[in-house]
Design a protein around this ligand. Structure first.
Ligand code: NAD
Length: 326
């Protein structure tokens, strides 16, 4: 069996690859893994160091928009797990062309190549941000898409293409929509690693607006477990939400981190709100729980403590990435 993982040198993709090659997903024990990654600023081959010696891993540096390259890699592939994306909302506000190219055109290139090669399963990894913002209650997969940032609009566009390739061409594609991931190897521009590494160095942490924006926190290991379940047993054409079950305002989240470091709120710097900042995300995970047996296993307390420990033990990994030209 051969799995093609796009974006497998990024935060979540590399976790999926490390776990797959370590035999964590019984169905894929013994599978060969081909990683296709452009190694943008967010991609890092060091994320695959723990499995670099595996004879079952092949790393291909390349762009998901490169049709001939993608076409060649699809032949003989049994499963595509598509993580590759431009993924940082703030960057999409500063400039969104790359988001449209990679997230929309790149996904289209993959879907077409997978269709041409009659790939038996394609998992498109998306985000809860495609639903927009919800004041109360939680989104089911039936909710219309109302994305508010250029990032989430580009992801929603790729979701719609994935749906269309299923409906039109019969491509066996499943879409997953997850909440805010955290865990080791996350690029330090994202909220949790930015806060943790700042606090480690006595630097104040920036809190957008009134800090009342609510996010659901999902450990990357639970997310990848959910993806593996969808890859194995997800019904083609279906969407599956994946959540972690810990909703916190950003202010409460910052307080948890300050507590962990024994610091007080003087370390928080309130900064002007992000443009178009979604107030709250919340996914209903009944579908993946009841149909595929998914449940988040990592408690936020344990996951947070382990993640902080990882950043403390791996300064060399993140320090260079935080440098202005790192
Ligand atoms: P990331 O930014 O850490 O990694 C993205 C990876 O894709 C990098 O390795 C990068 O080099 C690669 N890449 C970018 N453009 C490429 C291209 N054109 N061709 C080939 N490779 C390319 O992202 P992540 O946090 O690991 O997110 C993975 C997926 O999960 C994304 O699709 C993202 O939208 C989705 N997601 C992430 C979160 C989260 O909390 N991190 C939440 C919901 C959904």
């Amino acid at each position: 069996m051969r799995i093609l993982v796009t974006g497998g040198a990024g935060f979540i993709g590399s976790h999926f690859v490390r776990q797959t090659l370590s035999g964590r997903y019984p169905e894929y024990a013994g599978a060969d893994v081909v990683v296709l990654d452009k190694l943008t600023y967010a991609g890092n081959e060091a994320n695959l160091a723990p499995v670099a010696a595996s004879r079952r891993l092949r790393f291909v540096r390349g762009d998901i928009c490169d049709g001939p390259l993608v076409g060649g890699l699809m032949r003989g592939t049994d499963l595509v797990v598509h993580f590759a994306a431009e993924s940082h909302v703030d960057r999409s506000i500063a400039g969104s062309a790359e988001f449209v190219t990679t997230n929309v055109v790149g996904t289209h290139t993959l879907l077409q190549a997978a269709t041409d090669a009659a790939v038996p399963k394609f998992v498109h990894v998306s985000t809860d941000e495609v639903y927009g913002s919800i004041d109360s209650g939680s989104w089911t997969e039936e909710e219309p898409l109302r994305p508010n940032s250029p990032y989430s609009a580009s992801k929603a566009s790729s979701d719609l293409l994935a749906r269309a390739y299923h409906r039109t061409h019969g491509l066996p594609v499943c879409i997953t929509r997850c909440s805010n991931n955290y865990g080791p190897y996350q690029f330090p521009e994202k909220l949790l690693p930015l806060f943790v590494t700042n606090l480690m160095d006595g630097i104040r942490v920036p809190l957008y607006g009134d800090g009342g924006n609510v996010r659901d926190w999902l450990h990357v290991d639970d997310h990848c477990q959910g993806i593996a379940l969808v890859a194995q047993d997800g019904e083609p054409g279906q969407v599956y939400n994946i959540g972690g079950g810990t909703e916190l305002t950003n202010r409460a989240f910052a307080a948890r981190l300050l507590d962990a470091f024994g610091l007080d709120t003087s370390m928080v710097e309130q900064v002007p709100d992000r443009k178009g900042h979604d107030r709250r995300y919340s996914v209903n995970i009944d579908k993946i729980s009841s149909r595929l047996g998914y449940a988040p296993r990592v408690s936020f307390d344990d996951g947070l403590a382990a993640t902080i420990r990882w950043y403390k033990e791996n300064r060399a990994w993140w320090e260079q990435l935080k440098k202005p030209n790192g």
